[in-house]
Design a protein. Sequence first.
Length: 455
Amino acid sequence: VIKKTVAATNFLLLLLSFIIIMPPQASLSDLDVDDTTNMKDDNAVVVGPDEQHTKKATCFSDERGNLKFVNLVVRRPMTMFFSILVLCLVLTFLLGALVFKEGNPFSNPENQFDMDDVRSVQYDSLRLASKQVQGRLDIAQATQKANTTSGNTALSYQSENGDVMYWVFEGENDEEGVFGTVNGIAAMKEALDLFLLDVNYTEYCQINTDKKGSDDFGACLLPATALNMYYASEWDSESITSLTDELASNSSKIPLYNMVAICIKQPSTCGNVLKPLNCTSSDLTECIDASDLLWVNETTTKLDTITSKWDGKSLDVIGNITEATEFASYLLQIPLYKFHIDLAYDKEFSTENLISMYSRAIIPFGKPLAAADDLRAAAGDDEDKYEAADRDVLKTYIVDNFLKDMDELADESTHDELNSYYFMGALILDVLLEIVQTDGMLAIISLTFVFLWLR
């Protein structure tokens, strides 16, 4: 979108410059009429060139009726062009200086308050809460920095999120979508494996700091994508088919399951989630039928077993992708488990429509990075350089090792099944500068060609 917008802007600027630079064409008023060969009436009176211009000059037009401003542009096109450009730059600079000195002089109407309006109270509460959270975050970061510089590292390497690599996939076939073919699914996995299979990825990924003592503790967090399901290390087709049929036949009970399952997993939420059932007792058997409660517990056990194998570590796609996609359509109705795949399907995807034309995937990168220790030490008391150390190291890692391959994967001709797009905070400035430089050079070449052609 950015590339197309910049290209369209350059095209319009080029077209405008071409119109301004183009020499004026001779009009009928500039031609001398000295014969009557083209007159319909042989007896018509021939008017000489000095007698044609009978209009009176005004403040805006000359004696020929042409606008004086147009005449000026025609006589001095380059002067006018660069004068307007300089004027825009000067006004932009002055506005920036004004905002920097006195703040934004324009007030957003949405920020006007009415103390008696509930929306004002809500907005003010949100603003104060955000300010309080930001204050606590600043204190925590200052404490972390103090502990780090004193040799008492309070924060483990890569335990916090430093940035994310965001991939978006767009299907080319309306009848298959992005998950309709093995080749399409493999094309999406190729974009993720670019990073996941790199030998140095574990030094930059965000690590799992939850559930200390578990097998996943200290390992890289899995990407947020349904590809973990399609490349599960173990796929029990019989169990999944049975559970899919069970959810389909008990679709009316799914809302009940969502309430009871959350209550079982997090007992502190029971008072809120069970309100629709008018259940005030901590004993669920007094509010819910025993058979329904048994079904909820059995379903939870099955879902835990199935989703625990969704690690994306298989080398090949599971055998039946339609079976997985159908199962995903029911899993999206269960909040406790939908986080496994929620990011991967578009809003049109459902049990009635198993075609998703779009999918997303997020690869998390961690901080602080061990590779950035030298930059943090060199930053000293410069907080900006200290905070930018991890981002700069991560950007270097991505640019040097992956950016070329990422651009190739994002090319529309790479895969027939889908188009791929990427985004990353650490790369956005470099990518934008590259786009601007490329389009700027094309615009300069075009202007030079037009100028030489006119000469």
